[in-house]
Design a protein around this ligand. Structure first.
Ligand code: NAD
Length: 416
């Protein structure tokens, strides 16, 4: 049995979704008007398909509960779906979460092993740094008497029912086995991957998704403002034609390879073209803030990685660099991230560097003439040191990762 607290877009959809899947679900909202509307089988907002499922499930698998005591006592899992609006400083305001926790915990006994799930969107670290301490403060041992987890919701308004009932993936941020078992059971009928991740990762994934979308929109709007400044550009057609790029739709280099972290973009086109458009926009009186930040971040990511390496590797130790070209299957080393990274390592005092690239050793040496050693095969490269820095995601490096299984790896492309 499940109790859902907060019956807005997310909560009502969640409550009806779980009841449709065969669970007994109690729903509760502090908003009396909302409760009245739902009890009259009327959805208090418009959401396609939801009205019918409400009619079907209300009074059967879905029960409205004025009395939280009974609902919480009878439920194994309590799901919080209350709002998390911005506070006056732009932070996620947790007041509704805390007041919902107050009313839930009042009805929880220490022996109940109640699982409290936050489905509301909360910034990474909130469960660990705010929710768990709050529950502990109320006298409960978290992980023994009460269990907590987060379970971000990815539904889109307008498609809430469809997205909930046919999700792409389920994410559960949790630290404990008991919650995993119960949540795996609750989601067993959804036939999609259920990912159990750390508390912070669960929260982070939701923000990864939303900020990516907001960035794409602002990026597109910035481009439209550059176009307006330059003039003579048909913005609508330009974007429609841009969408015909096969990378939006699939192989070989689909958009996922771009929406992925690493150690920055390089090569002949992206750095110089981004730079050139920033300059051109300026000539036409437009300050391209997003594109400037894109270039700044591309610079920042390199010392960020070197800082991580520096924390673990003493300066006198040898280092192996895997990959010199700016991307796999290419020997192009123009503006390759490997150049910046090797230069930074040298600047910070790492003198014993060995590099190997399946195609780009000679070209890199010829153009940049850096004081490093080159070897012509992966095995020799790996044997040079116990610390390996992977800069280019060549297939050869991924296929032979057993060669450096016992080494310290800095996988700057997240491919291993
Ligand atoms: N709307 C979306 O498309 C969407 C999608 C994914 C995630 N989210 C997240 O889900 C959460 C809820 O969003 P929503 O759009 O459903 O909000 P909403 O405002 O429609 O619903 C929240 C409900 O919680 C109720 N509530 C507040 N405090 C309560 C308490 N102490 N006890 C019981 N009920 C209480 C409110 O009365 C309200 O009906 C937010 O964190 C939001 O960011 C929303």
């Amino acid at each position: 049995m499940i109790t859902v607290i907060g019956l807005g877009f997310v909560g009502l959809t969640t409550a009806l979704g779980f009841s449709e899947k065969g669970n007994k679900v109690y729903g509760f909202d502090i908003d009396k008007e909302k409760m009245n509307s739902i009890s009259n089988k009327k959805i208090p907002f418009y959401e396609k398909g939801l009205q019918e499922v409400l009619k079907k499930n209300l009074g059967n698998n879905f029960v409205l509960s004025d009395n939280l005591e009974n609902a919480v006592k009878s439920s194994k899992v309590v799901i919080l779906c209350v709002g998390t609006p911005s506070d006056d400083k732009g932070r996620a305001d947790l007041k509704y979460i805390k007041s919902a926790l107050d009313s839930v915990l009042k009805n929880v006994g220490k022996e109940d092993k109640k699982i409290i799930i936050t489905k509301s969107t909360i910034p990474p670290s909130t469960t660990e740094k705010e929710i768990i301490p709050y529950i502990k403060q109320k006298g409960f041992a978290v992980g023994e008497e009460v269990y907590v987890a987060n379970n971000p919701e990815f539904l889109r308004e307008g498609h809430a029912w469809d997205d909930f009932i046919n999700p792409d993936r389920i994410v559960i941020g949790t630290n404990d086995e008991y919650t995993k078992i119960v949540m795996a059971d609750i989601y067993k009928n959804f036939n999609v991957p259920v990912h159990f991740v750390t508390l912070n990762t669960g929260e982070f994934i939701k923000y990864l998704s939303n900020t990516f979308l907001s960035t794409l929109i602002s990026y597109s709007n910035e481009m439209s403002m550059i176009a307006d400044s330059v003039g003579g550009i048909d913005i609508k057609s330009a974007f429609k034609i841009f969408h015909e790029d096969k990378r939006w739709y699939g192989n070989p280099a689909n958009m996922q390879t771009y929406a992925y972290p690493g150690c920055g973009f390089g090569g002949y086109c992206l750095p110089k073209d981004t730079q050139a458009l920033v300059q051109k926009a300026e000539e036409f009186g437009y300050d391209a803030k997003i594109l400037k930040s894109v270039l700044d971040v591309n610079k920042e990511i390199k010392p960020h990685w070197i800082d991580k390496i520096e924390k673990n590797v003493p300066k006198d130790k040898p280092l192996t660099i895997l990959g010199l070209s700016f991307k796999p299957d290419s020997d192009d080393v123009r503006q390759t991230p490997a150049l910046d990274i090797i230069k930074l390592l040298l600047e910070r005092g790492y003198k014993n560097l060995t590099a190997y690239d399946p195609m780009a050793n000679e070209l890199f040496d010829k153009i940049y003439k850096l004081p490093i050693k080159y070897v012509d095969n992966l095995k020799d490269a790996v044997n040079q040191s116990s610390d390996i820095i992977l800069i280019t995601g060549w297939k050869e490096f991924i296929d032979n990762k057993n060669l450096y299984a016992d080494k310290n790896i800095y996988d700057l492309r997240y491919v291993l």
